[in-house]
Design a protein around this ligand. Structure first.
Ligand SMILES: N[C@@H](CCC(=O)N[C@@H](CSO)C(=O)NCC(=O)O)C(=O)O
Length: 212
């Protein structure tokens, strides 16, 4: 079977979220860059992959899917279903909860910080420090919940690694490219959780991919 194709740039934490899942699942894949400078993401060819004209998109044979977290679930379900715990109703429910928390409580706040600190300056813009500070305060409230959870369990969904943990990696790696990674220092169990994720070969490989 030909390797899967992950369309997008490794500077995007939505794209590299998929790379972490693909690496952890041991999938055969290649990253196909999409050139934003030429609006390739809005080309008919790419719109056929992702009708919203965004990256990532994943092609696996005749199947083409988009939305990073759907791609991650596909990679896990196909190659390493234990990352979803789908055979266990309770464990899979907790995986689902923390996958939603990653998207709707954690990364949505982190996105605002990363845009201001990394994307805006890259586009010739400025960093709105008030937006950064406001979202750091929101992130601290989220991290308080994580700290309480990770005081009880080694990983977010329970005492087992799941896709919920892995979906946090790409955006958190980007946090370390900003001056604000120290926000994690106030949460020792979150730091220990992050350190254990960073020890994984899949994460180390993607971290290397993301280096500018
Ligand atoms: N919910 C989606 C977000 C994709 C996205 O915003 N992609 C951006 C670049 S990466 O941050 C993108 O393609 N932006 C171009 C555009 O929106 O036109 C996902 O998780 O895959």
């Amino acid at each position: 079977m030909a390797p899967m194709k992950l369309y997008g740039a490794t500077m995007s934490w939505n794209v590299t979220r998929c790379a972490v899942a693909l690496e952890e699942a041991g999938a055969e894949y290649e990253i196909v860059p999409i050139n934003f400078a030429t609006a390739e993401h809005k080309s008919p060819e790419h719109l056929a992959r992702n009708p919203f004209g965004q990256v990532p998109a994943l092609q696996d044979g005749d199947l083409c899917i988009w939305e990073s977290r759907a791609i991650c679930k596909y990679a896990a379900r196909k190659n390493k279903p234990e990352l979803l715990k789908e055979g266990n109703l309770v464990e899979s429910a907790m995986v689902d909860v923390w996958m939603e928390v990653e998207a709707n409580q954690y990364t949505c706040v982190l996105d605002a910080i990363l845009f201001q600190c990394l994307i805006s300056p890259m586009l010739g813009g400025t960093t709105d420090q008030k937006v950064v500070e406001d979202n750091l305060e929101k992130l601290k409230k989220v991290l308080e919940v994580y700290e309480a959870r990770l005081t009880k369990y080694k990983y977010l969904a329970g005492d087992f690694l799941s896709l919920a943990d892995l979906n946090h990696v790409s955006a958190t790696l980007c946090l370390f490219a900003t001056p604000h990674a120290s926000v994690l220092d106030g949460y020792p169990h979150v730091k220990a959780w992050w350190s254990s994720l960073m020890e994984r070969p899949s994460v180390q490989k993607v971290a290397a991919l993301m280096k500018p």
